[in-house]
Design a protein around this ligand. Structure first.
Ligand SMILES: Cc1cc2nc3c(=O)[nH]c(=O)nc-3n(C[C@H](O)[C@H](O)[C@H](O)COP(=O)(O)OP(=O)(O)OC[C@H]3O[C@@H](n4cnc5c(N)ncnc54)[C@H](O)[C@@H]3O)c2cc1C
Ligand code: FES
Length: 302
């Protein structure tokens, strides 16, 4: 005799015919082991951001650890918690990992109190990366607002390390106050690299500021863009993506060649906890780097 359950079971059977990757691990190079890493140096960048230089303690694991520009690690501070942080250093120098961390709350606060020689845990690297290989042979426009320079710096190093493989390289960086500029001690060094054009703008200048004043989009008016042969990477607050990507789009750049890095609250970093999903997309696995076309088609992504 048929029952309502019988009907229900038939529906379930057809659903289950699709193969499901329950662990969502097929895209992870390795999984959830946490490696002790020593804080070998701490550099104060601004009143609320510090650069942490870390070295994975185990030599074999240190040699195994390789990452690509745009990826992130999960940093565990014993007794406080674990947080996602973008890798800010050069993928060509993976022995020392540099993380630029803003003091925001519990875990970042504990990290800001940590001294040289302290040990934290590192898992990763996780997530998608900027498609630097596909960008070779093209011009690149690297745009950051505020803390967005943290993930972008890894892409900047990639272009510097392989300068001859890219056409024009332009870096545009904007922030609120001159006192909040990240990595200002490196600007001259970057500008000295062959043909790298770095422009920095602030919204609220102080008496010492001699550079341009305004929003990051104002810098776009100052450059000549060849949209047919340029890739753009845009890192910063989501509201910035909207304005910057709209301007690039108006200039004729396809949205598939604009890359952005999305931030969500994350817990596992590896597609297990469902903290970071946007619809059925997991920011930790499918992102954090997405092309802007994908972002525009993800409901509530920005
Ligand atoms: C992929 C990824 C990369 C990141 N890279 C960096 C980085 O390079 N440098 C850096 O300083 N931060 C980065 N963040 C943000 C960082 O993870 C959060 O600031 C951190 O988790 C806050 O932890 P907490 O315990 O100190 O703060 P909590 O005590 O948990 O919270 C303090 C405040 O921060 C807010 N907050 C917490 N988590 C996030 C988050 N993921 N995004 C935005 N706001 C948050 C809370 O809403 C609250 O207002 C990244 C986040 C992601 C998802
Ligand atoms: S952080 Fe857990 S699923 Fe993405």
């Amino acid at each position: 005799m048929s029952t309502p359950f019988h009907v229900f079971d038939i529906a379930r059977t057809s659903e289950m015919l699709e193969p499901v990757d329950f662990n969502r691990r097929d895209r992870l190079t390795h999984v959830d082991r946490c490696f002790p890493a020593e804080i070998v140096n701490v550099i104060r960048l601004t009143g609320s951001e510090k650069l942490f230089q870390l070295r994975i303690v185990d030599r074999a694991e240190r040699e195994r650890f390789r990452f690509k520009a745009g990826q992130f690690v999960m940093v565990e501070v014993p007794g406080y918690g674990e947080i996602p942080i973008s890798i800010s250093s050069s993928p060509s120098k993976p022995d020392i990992l540099e993380l630029c961390i803003r003091r925001a709350g519990v875990v970042t606060g504990a990290l800001h109190r940590a001294r040289r020689g302290a040990t934290v845990g590192i898992r990763g690297p996780f997530g998608s990366h900027f498609p630097m290989a596909s960008m070779r042979g093209h011009s690149v426009l690297l745009i950051a607002g505020g803390l967005g320079l943290a993930p972008l710096r890894s892409a900047i190093y990639d272009t510097i390390d392989h300068r001859s493989e890219f056409a024009d390289v332009r870096i545009l960086y904007g922030t609120g106050d001159p006192g909040n500029l990240l990595f200002d001690y490196q600007y001259d060094e970057w500008r000295r690299i062959d043909d790298i054009d770095l422009q920095v703008i602030v919204e609220r200048p102080d008496d010492a500021w001699t550079g341009p004043v305004g929003m990051i989009t104002d810098l776009l008016d100052r450059i000549e863009l060849d949209p047919a042969r340029t890739f753009a990477i845009v890192c910063g607050p989501p509201v910035m993506f909207r304005f910057v990507c709209a301007r690039l789009s108006e200039a004729g750049m396809p949205m598939q060649r604009m890359l952005v890095s999305l931030e969500r609250r994350m817990h596992c970093g590896m597609g297990k906890c469902c903290r970071c999903n946007v619809g059925s997309t997991f920011t930790c696995l499918d992102g954090p780097v997405f092309d802007f076309w994908t972002v525009m088609n993800l409901k509530e992504a920005i």
